[in-house]
Design a protein around this ligand. Structure first.
Ligand code: FNR
Length: 180
């Protein structure tokens, strides 16, 4: 099964990117996870949506080909980061590649709430007309105090989080079969 990971931070040392890479590595025998880079995407502009730049075409093609999308997001100002909103705007227009495609949401922050508000907003956004992506229910992954859970090399070291993710991914694996 092919999964694309869309990470709401383009920071080089992003904890959310590290979380996506943990999933990519640990469950490599179950999914082929490709982490997509949002940095090259231009700002969404309706004037160019019918003839978008190659970066947008390539990004949408990768999402279209995937069996599912893993969203991994930090929280910016109590919601999703602009870079993530921008990617979503591209995905939601013209060829609406998210319609019917299953999603799983996770995220992290240095605070204790682990990006809960951003994830709640993202879940709502994925129900919008241009997206209509079924999202795994329950199994919510809020990695709070994330800076204490990864080592300086970017490895997840918190045993409780690792074990919790094992359960969530097993549930996701079972659930997503309905949609592919
Ligand atoms: C933040 N951060 C943050 N954290 C949080 O829990 N709630 C919030 O509303 C915000 N708002 C916010 C706004 C902006 C502009 C920045 C740059 C940061 C902190 C943020 O969660 C933290 O920097 C994460 O580590 C960012 O994720 P990555 O880049 O490590 O993946």
């Amino acid at each position: 099964m092919k999964v694309v990971a869309i990470v709401g931070s383009i920071r080089r040392d992003s904890y959310n990117l590290q979380l996506a890479k943990h999933v990519q590595k640990r469950y490599a025998d179950q999914f082929d996870v490709e982490v997509l880079d949002l940095a090259p995407l231009p700002m969404y502009n309706q004037d160019i949506e019918l003839d978008p730049p190659q970066e947008v075409i390539d990004f949408k093609a990768k999402v279209k080909e995937a069996d599912a999308v893993l969203w991994v997001t930090p929280e910016y100002n109590a919601s999703i980061p602009g870079v993530l909103g921008n990617a979503i705007d591209w995905l939601s227009r013209v060829e609406k590649v998210m319609i019917g495609k299953p999603s799983i949401i996770m995220g992290s922050s240095m605070g204790i709430l682990g990006s809960v508000k951003a994830q709640m907003h993202l879940r709502d956004i994925l129900f919008a007309a241009g997206l209509q992506s079924p999202v795994l229910g329950g199994n919510e992954v809020y990695v709070g105090a994330v800076h204490e859970k990864f080592d300086t090399e970017g490895h997840l070291t918190d045993e409780a989080t690792i074990a919790f993710l094992d359960g969530v991914i097993a549930n996701f694996q079972e659930w997503m079969k309905r949609y592919i």
